[in-house]
Design a protein around this ligand. Structure first.
Ligand SMILES: Nc1nc2c(ncn2[C@@H]2O[C@H](COP(=O)(O)OP(=O)(O)OP(=O)(O)O)[C@@H](O)[C@H]2O)c(=O)[nH]1
Length: 686
C-alpha cells in the first residue's frame, strides 16, 4: 500500500512533469519562432532600408543632375555608404549564410547603376558650375570694369550702380544658387539682359559722351556675350539631365532593384505571417496546457487516491465480512485477497489466525468428543479405543501404544497399539521407559542426541515420545507415540501438548473407572471374603429368576452355615474364625461355575445362586462343597485349627417357590433341616 500511496503522488508529479516538459518544449519552439520572426522583421527592415537607400541615392543623384545643387550629393553619398553597410547586414542576417541571389543581384544592379548612370551623370553635371563660374567671373570682371569706368566718369553713382547690380544679381542667384554657394562668395553673377538693357538705356540721361557710350556699349556687349555663354551652360546642363532621364537606364535599374526588394520583402512578409501564425498556434496550445495542467495533475492525483481508497475499503470490507462469518461459527471462512501490500499481509495473517482457530476448534471438538467417550466408558477397555481414535485425529500419521502398569507394578502391559508394522513389546519393566522412570514426557529422534527408550524397537523408529499417565498419587502407565516411516516427521511441541492433554484425560478417566469399580465392588462385596453381599444377592436373584423364567429354565439356591462356629470362635479367637470364613469363601468360589453368584448372606451364613441348575445338580454341588470343607486342614498363626464342617440347604425355582423371598426361606428351612439332622450334611427342600 505504501507503493500505491507513493504512486498516488508520483504519477501526478510525473504526468505534470511530462506536461511541463511539453510546455517547455513548446515555449522553446515559440522562443525560436519569435527569434525567427524577429530575424524576419530585421530582414524586412534591412530590405526596406536598402530600398529607401536606393531611392535616396537615386533622388539625390537625380536632384543634383537636374538642379546642379550639390546639396543633393550629400544624401546620394550617404546612400552609397549606407548601401554597403546594409548589404553586409543583409548578408549576415541571411540564414543561408554567404550566398544570397537577391542580394547579389541587388549589389550588381546598384553597382551598375552607380557606374553606368549615377556617377557619369553627376560627373557631367559637376562640370556645368565650373563653366558657369568662369563665365560669371568674366561677366563680373566686365561689370566691374564698367562700374569703375562709370565711377571715373562720374556718370554713375557707384553705390547706386553697385546696389542695382547686386540686387539684379541677387534676384538671379536666389533662383539658382544654394545657400552654401551664396555664403562662399562664388556667386554666379548673372545679370538679366532686360536689366542690363535698362541700365544702358539710362546712360544718356546721365549726360555721357558718345565715346563713353561706345565704351559702355562695348562693355555691355561683352557682358551680354558672357550672359549668353552662361545661358548656354544652363541649357547644356539641362540637356545632360534630360538625356539621362530620357535614356531611362537609371529608371530601369532602379525599378528592377525596387522590384527585387519588394519581392524579397513580400516573400519575407509571407514567411513572417506563417511564423506568426505558428507562434499564435503554439501560444494557444500553451495557454490551454497551462489552463489544464493543474486540473489534470490535481484530478489525476485525486483519481489515484480515490482508486486506492476504494481498494482499501474493499479489502477492509472483505476482512470485516470474514470476521463476522467466523464470529457466527463458520470457521472455514477465509479472506480472498490477491494484494501483496500491507493489506495483503494483514489478510494472510488473518487467514493464518483463522487456520489456527479452525485447528484449535477441531482439536477442541476432538478432545470434547474424547472426553465424552471417557465419561461414558464403564470399562478401561473402552477408554483404550477412544484414546487411539482421538490421537489418530489429533496427530499426524504415526504409530502409538498404550501401556498400563500391572497390579503388581513390576511391569507395564500393552493395552492397545496402532500403526506399527510389527507388534510392539507386550510388556516391559518400568525401568525400560524413561518417562516412567523420570515421571515426565520423554522424546527422542534419529536427529537428536536423546536415546530411544529400551522398550522400543529402535531400528524402526524415526522418533518416539513417551508420556507418563500420572494421577494424583499413582503412575498408571505410559502413552508411547512413534514414527516408524521416513514420512513420519517428529511431533511438534503443540502436538506433544495435545497428546499430553489426551494422556492426562485418559489417566483421570482410568483413575475414575478404577475408583468407581472399587466403590461398586465394595458396595456389593463383603470386605472380609470378597464375596457378593446380601443386597447384591437379592438384586441378582430377582434378575436371574426373570432371565431363567424367560428361558424356561430352573434356578437353584444353596444356603450354608458353619457348624458350631460360635464354639470355634470361642476356642481359637475371632481372627481365626475370620480365616475359616475366608477359606470357606475360596472353596465356594472354586466350585462355582460361570454364571453362579456366591454371596455372604450375613455372619457365617452363605448362599450360592445357581442359574439354570436343577435341584439335583445343586444338591450334587452342595455335597461336593461340603466334602471339600470337611477335608480341609486349617492352620492359623502356626496353630492347627483342626477341621470344620458346614451344613447346606437346597431349594429350586420354580419347582419349590415362585418368588425370591419364598425361595430363600425354603432354602433356609432346608439348611435348618440339615442342622437338625446332625449337621455336616445337605438337605434338599421336599
Ligand atoms: N469370627 C467370626 N465369627 C462370626 C462372624 N459372624 C458371626 N460369627 C459368629 O458365629 C457364631 C454363630 O453362632 P450361632 O448362630 O450360635 O451358631 P453356631 O455356633 O454356628 O451353631 P450352629 O449354627 O447351630 O451349628 C456367633 O458366635 C458369631 O459371633 C464373623 O464374621 N467372624
Amino acid at each position: 500500500m505504501r507503493a500505491q500511496i507513493l504512486a498516488g503522488f508520483v504519477v501526478p508529479i510525473v504526468i505534470v512533469a511530462i506536461l511541463s516538459w511539453i510546455v517547455s518544449v513548446n515555449m522553446e519552439n515559440v522562443r525560436q519562432l519569435s527569434d525567427q520572426s524577429e530575424r524576419l522583421v530585421n530582414e524586412v527592415q534591412v530590405r526596406a532600408e536598402v530600398l529607401r537607400t536606393v531611392i535616396d541615392a537615386e533622388t539625390g543623384e537625380r536632384g543634383y543632375v537636374i538642379t546642379g545643387n550639390e546639396e543633393f550629393l550629400e544624401p546620394y553619398e550617404n546612400a552609397k555608404r549606407q548601401f554597403a553597410r546594409l548589404a553586409a547586414e543583409w548578408r549576415s542576417l541571411a540564414i543561408t549564410g554567404g550566398f544570397n541571389p537577391e542580394l547579389e543581384r541587388m549589389e550588381q544592379l546598384f553597382e551598375r547603376w552607380l557606374n553606368n548612370v549615377a556617377e557619369p551623370a553627376i560627373a557631367a553635371r559637376a562640370l556645368v558650375p565650373g563653366r558657369q563660374f568662369s563665365h560669371s567671373f568674366n561677366a563680373y570682371y566686365h561689370l566691374n570694369r564698367l562700374q569703375e569706368f562709370l565711377r571715373e566718369e562720374g556718370m554713375l553713382e557707384s553705390v547706386r550702380l553697385e546696389n542695382e547690380f547686386y540686387q539684379a544679381a541677387r534676384m538671379k542667384a536666389l533662383g539658382q544658387s544654394s545657400d552654401a554657394e551664396r555664403n562662399s562668395g562664388f556667386l554666379p553673377i548673372v545679370v538679366p539682359s532686360e536689366q542690363l538693357d535698362q541700365l544702358v538705356g539710362e546712360l544718356p540721361a546721365t549726360g555721357a559722351s558718345t565715346e563713353l557710350n561706345k565704351t559702355i556699349s562695348a562693355l555691355v556687349q561683352r557682358l551680354e556675350r558672357q550672359w549668353r555663354e552662361i545661358a548656354l551652360d544652363y541649357r547644356e546642363a539641362e540637356n545632360v539631365s534630360a538625356e539621362l532621364v530620357a535614356s531611362g537606364q537609371g529608371k530601369q535599374l532602379v525599378d528592377e532593384m525596387r522590384d527585387i526588394i519588394r519581392a524579397a520583402i513580400a516573400e519575407k512578409e509571407v514567411r513572417y505571417a506563417a511564423v506568426n501564425a505558428e507562434v499564435n498556434e503554439r501560444m494557444q496550445l500553451l495557454e490551454r496546457l497551462s489552463m489544464y495542467l493543474p486540473v489534470v495533475g490535481v484530478g489525476l492525483g485525486l483519481a489515484i487516491l480515490l482508486f486506492m481508497q476504494m481498494g482499501v475499503i474493499s479489502s477492509i470490507e472483505k476482512l470485516r465480512v470474514t470476521a463476522r462469518r467466523i464470529e457466527a461459527g463458520d470457521l472455514s471462512a477465509r479472506v480472498r485477497e490477491s494484494r501483496s501490500d500491507e493489506l495483503g499481509v494483514l489478510a494472510g495473517d488473518f487467514n493464518r489466525m483463522a487456520d489456527q482457530l479452525e485447528l484449535a476448534d477441531k482439536e477442541s471438538t476432538v478432545l470434547a468428543g474424547f472426553q465424552s467417550m471417557l465419561v461414558s466408558s464403564n470399562t478401561e477397555d473402552e477408554t483404550y479405543g477412544a484414546t487411539a481414535r482421538a490421537l489418530a485425529k489429533l496427530l499426524p500419521p504415526g504409530a502409538g501404544a498404550l501401556y498400563l502398569m500391572a497390579p503388581s507394578r513390576d511391569f507395564a502391559e500393552l493395552a492397545i497399539s496402532w500403526g506399527f508394522d510389527d507388534e510392539p513389546s507386550l510388556r516391559f519393566h518400568p525401568e525400560n521407559c524413561r518417562a516412567l522412570r523420570l515421571g515426565r514426557t520423554y522424546k527422542a529422534s534419529k536427529e537428536s542426541t536423546e536415546l530411544f527408550c529400551a522398550h522400543a524397537d529402535q531400528q524402526t523408529l524415526e522418533y518416539s515420545v513417551c508420556i507418563p499417565l500420572i494421577t494424583r498419587d499413582e503412575v498408571l502407565g505410559t502413552l508411547f507415540l512413534a514414527g516408524t516411516s521416513s514420512s513420519h516427521r517428529p511431533l511438534e511441541d503443540h502436538q506433544i501438548t495435545l497428546a499430553k492433554t489426551v494422556a492426562e484425560r485418559l489417566s483421570l478417566a482410568l483413575s475414575n473407572i478404577r475408583l468407581t469399580e472399587k466403590l461398586r465392588r465394595e458396595s456389593v462385596r463383603d470386605p472380609l471374603t470378597g464375596l457378593f453381599n446380601r443386597r447384591y444377592l437379592e438384586e441378582t436373584m430377582e434378575r436371574e429368576m426373570q432371565r431363567v423364567a424367560r428361558a424356561g429354565k430352573p434356578l437353584s439356591l444353596i444356603t450354608l452355615d458353619v457348624d458350631h462356629f460360635k464354639r470355634f470362635n470361642d476356642t481359637f479367637g475371632h481372627e481365626a474364625g475370620d480365616r475359616v470364613l475366608e477359606e470357606l469363601a475360596e472353596q465356594m468360589t472354586n466350585i462355582a461355575r460361570a454364571g453362579d453368584v456366591v454371596c455372604r448372606f450375613g455372619g457365617e451364613e452363605f448362599m450360592i445362586i445357581m442359574p439354570e441348575a436343577g435341584t439335583d445338580t445343586a444338591g450334587e454341588r452342595a455335597e461336593e462343597l461340603r466334602r471339600r470343607i470337611e477335608m480341609l486342614d486349617l492352620h492359623y498363626g502356626g496353630t492347627s485349627l483342626g477341621h470344620v464342617t458346614i451344613s447346606l440347604g437346597v431349594a429350586t425355582y420354580p419347582k419349590h417357590a415362585a418368588k425370591k423371598e419364598e425361595l430363600i426361606r425354603l432354602a433356609d428351612n432346608a439348611l435348618y433341616e440339615a442342622k437338625k439332622r446332625g449337621r455336616n450334611q445337605v438337605a434338599i427342600h421336599s
